[in-house]
Design a protein around this ligand. Structure first.
Ligand code: MSP
Length: 649
């Protein structure tokens, strides 16, 4: 079928805040979206899978400032830098079709136009904002929305905020959004509808503050300098600007919009099921067909960000167990619509049980027996049906339909459950038919061939349906069993494998993990100290004029002697060659950071026109320059070739 005749499917993940390192919880949604995109491709759809990064907002501005770099440098490091977001998605085999960064020029320009359009329509107006702001969530809350005085999403403190701001008339859209949620399947799972309607809409939907003036890292409101667009307005429209809405970068908005489904985590369902449709209504744009709010991976019932003794870095986990094992674990172990408790123990046990024992064993035993009893190639003529095979063959031949039902309702865990019940049945079939007994009698060869064929064909169907979850493993299994067709139609028909197929052996697909030993190793890994966070930058000083700067005499000095000052924990006493021929004595409060012997002979810089002062009864004629950031203090050292007495200019 040509691409333009194919049915289309547009699916998105939330675009990530590149403010922290991504953990396994973030990976969850993208892996699920990837599985769905691959499933739809397998079903013959023309798929658009969009992901990206949400790079504006106060949190990023603050983090960049403490790291001493610009916000753009900060996000570039996390998105495109080594082991950044792009590297992670490559590693996890995420088959996205388009990646948007909200700092991309075309997106910024489009958001400005969108904002202006809603303003011109009267749906955005200027007012005054007073309320509570949660910086980490970039969310405004009214007093009544706070939970025990804290942010209802993350439970952290909120700060009172008041400023001139633009507002979006969310209240105007309360009724149509309510109708959308209650009368259609727009939001799933259904359990989330009640929460949105009761807690937010029926509690009174207030107009939404959609601009800020207290920071600058955002899309500027082009008709009112000083205001930047609220990060959620900027972020949500990514789903359309990435298709070319109000920009020339792409031109397939008409082909793809409205999205078939937005996959989002439960804490951002509010933005996607209330604010997003309201803004689209304002823009008179079609609404997405569905928002699916998935659950969270928790650690000991709590948030994942505090790693609490478990290794949650997806790169580390994928390196240790393989990408496919990790992808599989995420979708096999937790029901997509609800929360689940993550632990390294659960991950290891899932790999050992499902992948090593059940799937891995079935493939290796089957291939090994075809090799042992038939030299690797099943004989065509000897195939024979038997009634007692019906249970397995019916299960396998009907698997695609049960799997489809589950996949179409985003029930990944159940879809995998269907596959694994067939895998278990096949392992039992081996034991029931005991090929090693059949092999003892030449007369049983037709029967033995049939048993082996049924096993290979069951493996083919299961591996084919595993493609969306474990693409590389599925391909490898198909190679080992000599399967040529892996398309959907071939997976719906039992008997698709050629009867004289040739198999090839290989290493264990999923080696068994020694759980106790592995958990010990992980514990050691976790004990490694976390990378220290950059200390905050000091407050900037008021400007000075050049003449003031020229008044400071900064002289290059060589350390002749250096010793601790008795009874002082802080002070070091220096005798310095300042080029004048007379040694100069300076006391400096750096004893916490340096041993005297480390500094003798070094070339330093001193301020030499300060009035002498007494410290611990000793005279200090000047000050040694040091660099200070947070707790750390380092003496400014120069190359030894710079002569004593040289002036810093
Ligand atoms: N930038 C917004 C999304 C804007 S979409 C227009 C955002 N970013 S995020 O990086 O904070 O989160 C991205 C996704 O990761 C969210 O869907 C969030 O629910 C999900 N997860 C973050 N921690 C998670 C778990 N522990 N478990 C499952 N998903 C979690 O929100």
């Amino acid at each position: 079928m040509c691409d333009s005749c194919k049915k289309k499917f547009y699916i998105t993940t939330p675009i990530y805040y590149p403010s922290d390192k991504l953990h396994i919880g973030h990976t969850y949604c993208t892996v699920a979206t990837d599985a769905m995109a691959r499933y739809k491709r397998l079903r013959g759809y023309d798929v658009m899978f969009l992901t990206g990064t949400d790079e504006h907002g106060q949190k990023i501005e603050t983090r960049a400032k403490s790291a001493g770099i610009t916000p753009q440098q900060f996000v570039d490091n996390i998105v495109t830098g080594e082991k950044g977001v792009l590297d992670l998605w490559k590693l996890m085999n995420i088959s996205y079709d388009r990646f948007i960064r909200t700092t991309d020029d075309y997106h910024v320009a489009a958001v400005q136009k969108i904002f202006k359009k809603m303003y011109d329509k009267g749906d955005i107006y200027k007012g005054k904002y007073t309320g509570m702001y949660c910086t980490p969530c970039e969310s405004f809350w009214t007093e009544s929305q706070l939970k025990d005085g804290k942010c209802p999403d993350c439970g952290r403190d909120c700060q009172p905020a008041e400023e001139e701001a633009y507002f979006f008339k969310l209240s105007k859209y309360a009724q149509p959004v309510r109708d959308l949620l209650t009368n259609t399947d727009f939001l799933e799972p259904k359990s989330r509808v009640h929460e949105m309607v009761n807690n937010f809409i029926d509690a009174g939907l207030e107009d939404l503050c959609v601009s800020r003036t207290s920071f600058t890292w955002g899309v500027p409101v082009d008709f009112d300098p000083g205001h930047v667009v609220y990060v959620w307005v900027d972020a949500l429209f990514n789903y359309t600007t990435a298709l070319g809405f109000m920009n020339d970068k792409y031109d397939d908005y008409k082909d793809w919009w409205p999205a078939d489904v937005h996959f989002v985590g439960k804490e951002i369902v509010r933005f996607h099921s209330i604010i997003w449709p309201a803004m689209l209504m304002s823009m008179e744009m079609p609404l997405p067909k569905k928002v699916y709010g998935h659950g969270w991976l928790l650690l000991d019932g709590g948030k994942m960000s505090k790693s609490k003794g478990n290794v949650v870095d997806p790169q580390v986990l994928a390196d240790r167990y393989g990408v496919d094992a990790l992808r599989f674990f995420l979708l096999r172990s937790f029901p997509f619509g609800s929360d689940g408790n993550f632990s390294n123990e659960l991950l290891i046990s899932c790999i050992n049980t499902d992948l090593a024992n059940d799937l891995g064993n079935l493939v290796s035993r089957t291939v090994a027996m075809v090799q042992k009893y038939f030299g690797g190639t099943l004989p065509l003529a000897q195939l024979e049906d038997a009634e007692k095979d019906a249970e397995l063959t019916t299960m396998a031949s009907e698997l695609h339909a049960r799997y489809e039902t589950q996949m179409e309702s985003y029930a990944f865990q159940n879809a995998l459950g269907e596959i694994f019940s067939v895998i278990s049945r096949a392992n039992k079939y081996i034991d029931e038919n005991a090929p090693w007994v059949l092999a003892k009698d030449e007369n049983n060869r037709p029967r033995l061939a049939r048993v082996m064929y049924n096993l290979l064909e069951t493996v083919r169907i299961c591996a084919g349906l595993l493609q969306p979850f474990m693409p590389a493993t599925s391909e490898e299994i198909m190679r080992r069993i000599g399967a040529e067709r892996t398309d959907w139609d071939s997976l719906c028909v039992y008997g698709g494998l050629k009867a004289d197929t040739t198999v090839v052996a290989g290493n264990a697909l999923f080696p068994r993990i020694d759980a106790a030993k592995e958990l010990e190793e992980l514990e050691k890994l976790n004990a490694k100290p976390a990378e220290p966070e950059a200390d905050p930058l000091p407050e900037p000083l008021p400007p000075i004029c050049f003449d003031d700067f020229c008044k400071v005499e900064m002289t290059v000095v060589k350390v002749l002697t250096c010793e601790n000052v008795k009874k002082s924990e802080k002070l070091l006493k220096f005798t310095l060659d300042d080029g004048s021929g007379t040694p100069r004595q300076i006391l400096s409060g750096i004893a916490k950071y340096y041993k005297p012997e480390e500094l003798i002979g070094k070339t330093l810089v001193a301020v030499t026109n300060l009035p002498p002062r007494k410290m611990m009864g000793q005279e200090s004629c000047g000050m040694i320059l040091s660099a200070e950031r947070g707790e750390k203090l380092q003496v400014v050292m120069l190359d030894d070739s710079v002569p004593a007495g040289a002036r810093l200019v």
